[in-house]
Design a binder for this molecule. Structure first.
Ligand code: FE2
Length: 439
């Protein structure tokens, strides 16, 4: 695993030398991802596009119609995955309300929302993730512990109707890590209420492509060492995996990566840094330029049936949904039959090929994955759809669950993709030679 030398500087050891250990070192109780908040210029339209493209119905809102004069926020939900879209209202609306001393003068449902921060965020990044929210046992304690261990505070704990506490820490760039905890004993985040101040929206149209939860939220940073040390330092999270450009057998990937995880590996927050001096510019460097700094690179969403999810998403690609990266060449799937025949049936491998799904394995299980193209104007944030196969465990009460990170993060696909593209190009070259010989 990565080590810190005498000066406290973090050093990558690479995938082959990395030894996975779980010291259960969380500094405070961390349960699971709670939601992801995007800041956008117009929340109505952005939320509807994601709803249509990902099969996530609108389930709650906080806007002018509910008495919120500060920001419009719309919540989409599919299983345990929650996406929140927020945009500001004119400051004159809230100012007028305050002058008239109406009871809603401070009506923001997300009280950490800050118009000035929004304006500079939006100008610098375009459509981007502002907050990765995690449910913790006690947000006040999580905040105090984090700050005591070097975290840069963004917002101290705020009570929402005495039932929910939220607090925010700077994670990287302009992204915050938001702690959410419920005062109600035995409250489960799978319960229907999102946050006080939000009103439920009745279902108008059944929409579900099988997406169930957030698996990992990846950040791109200019320098991995300080970013990893910082986040590890205040959370106590451990290193779940790491890989370097050399590990993946090609310098083309242009990135180094470290995955940080909480005690039960349910909150996975990988970070990437660019590698310089390669033939092609690192994709991470491209991101950092277009995003004007560090930020969330991709969100990996777990599907309970990736084939169904992909069929539904691909049907909508050209009509307001999300487009996907080009599918690998046929040689990739020919090689796949040697790599994955023990896990996937012939029919499933055929379906992977039809839908352009990539397959990777680690020492524990299998990962099916596919990436969208960047989802907004800039070549920055994108979405990954995954399904993990294997690693089923039983908890103390005999309920089965899947081990976090089962099947890895797709490291093997870097080299498999490059290999298959090379092989494919050779078949094209061979074909050209045959064709020119026959002319
Ligand atoms: Fe990923």
């Amino acid at each position: 695993m990565g080590t810190e030398n005498a000066t406290g500087e973090f050093k990558l050891v690479g995938f082959s030398k990395f030894v996975r250990t779980n010291p259960k070192s969380d500094r405070f109780g961390v349960r699971r991802f709670h939601h992801v908040e995007f800041w956008c210029g117009d929340a109505t339209n952005t939320a509807r596009r994601f709803s249509w493209g990902l099969g996530m119905p609108l389930v709650a809102k906080s806007d002018l119609s509910t008495g919120n004069q500060i920001h419009a926020s719309y919540l989409l939900r599919s299983g345990d995955l929650r996406f929140l879209f927020t945009a500001p209202y004119s400051p004159s609306i809230a100012a007028t309300a305050a002058a008239n001393q109406t009871p809603n003068s401070s009506s923001a449902a997300i009280p950490t929302f800050d118009r000035d921060a929004f304006l500079s965020f939006s100008a610098a990044h375009g459509l981007a993730v502002r907050a990765i929210a995690i449910e913790v046992d006690d947000a006040e304690l999580a905040y105090a512990t984090s700050v005591a261990h070097g975290a840069k505070p963004s917002s101290p704990p705020i009570f929402l109707e005495n039932r929910v506490v939220i607090a925010e820490i700077h994670l990287y760039g302009d992204v915050v890590l938001r702690y959410v905890s419920h005062k109600t004993p035995n409250f489960s985040s799978s319960d229907d209420e999102f946050l006080p101040g939000f009103e439920p929206v009745p279902e108008s149209f059944p929409l579900d492509f099988g997406i169930r939860r957030l698996d990992h939220a990846v950040g791109n940073v200019p320098e991995l060492g300080p970013a990893v040390s910082y986040v590890k330092g205040f959370t106590g999270f451990h290193e779940f995996a790491e890989f370097t450009a050399e590990d993946v057998g090609t310098s083309e990937s242009g990135l180094n990566s470290v995955v940080l995880a909480n005690n039960d590996d349910s909150v996975l927050i990988p970070m990437n840094e660019p590698v310089y001096g390669t033939k092609r510019k690192s994709q991470i460097q491209t991101y950092l330029e277009h995003n004007e700094g560090a930020g969330v690179q991709h969100l990996a969403l777990t599907s309970e049936d990736i084939f169904r999810t992909l069929r539904e998403m691909r049907r909508r690609s050209g009509i307001g949904g999300f487009e996907f990266m080009p599918s690998p060449p046929p040689t990739y799937y020919k090689n796949l039959r040697n790599r994955a025949a023990d896990v996937l049936t012939e029919e499933q491998m055929k379906e992977c090929e039809d839908l352009g799904i990539l397959v990777d394995k680690d020492d524990q299980g299998t990962l099916l994955q596919i990436f969208t193209k960047p989802i907004g104007d800039r070549p920055t944030i994108f979405i990954e759809i995954i399904q993990r196969v294997g690693c089923m465990m039983k908890d103390e009460e005999g309920r089965s669950y899947q081990k976090g990170g089962c099947g890895g993060f797709g490291k093997g696909n870097f080299s498999e993709l490059f290999k298959s593209i090379e092989e494919y190009e050779k078949t094209l070259e061979a074909k050209q030679t045959v064709d020119s010989a026959t002319v």
